[in-house]
Ligand binder design. Sequence first.
Ligand code: PRP
Length: 184
Amino acid sequence: MHSKTPEDIDEVLFRREEILTKIEALAEQINRDYAGKELTMVGILKGSVLFFSELVLRIKLPVRMDFMSISSYGQSSKSSGVVRILKDLDNGVENQHVLIVEDIVDTGLTLKYIIESLETRKPASVKVCALLDKPSRRLADVAADYLGFTIPDAFAVGYGLDYSEQYRNLPDICSLKPCIYQET
Ligand code: PRP
């Protein structure tokens, strides 16, 4: 079991204050773009929970909230694009404007699967708001419509993001020292 101390952290990529400023700007953009409409915000568990919470508090539109949990069949097969729904939406989204809220788009395989799954449910529209984008690892041709930050190919943790279910509660987004995730 690796240590959970700050020594595991390589550097702080984005401090909480900077994250909140960015979320403020994203919310303003969303409020403008969807003015006069109702929004269904779909949070992808678990990494997006903190981002989702801060974002939805700043949305000034009528909002429905729903959540999905997606799992790849283990890290080794992630690049195969084989994923499964662990928890589906509680409600249908027919004729609704859906905004998927993700913490990070990495290979993009999870997002591609979610978009395709939601589009079969006849929504009025499907867009994506992601806090982080790691384009260097992209395998699927997907992109966020609303994006917080682009990051290099570092292992980002904190503000909801985990490594082995740890570090989600760090208030800043940090990169993990390679020796931590390369040791297993
Ligand atoms: C992470 C993240 C995205 C996905 C991105 O979820 O929250 O959903 O991976 O990776 P991809 O673009 O390569 O598909 P994870 O499966 O780690 O679950 P978690 O949100 O519970 O941490």
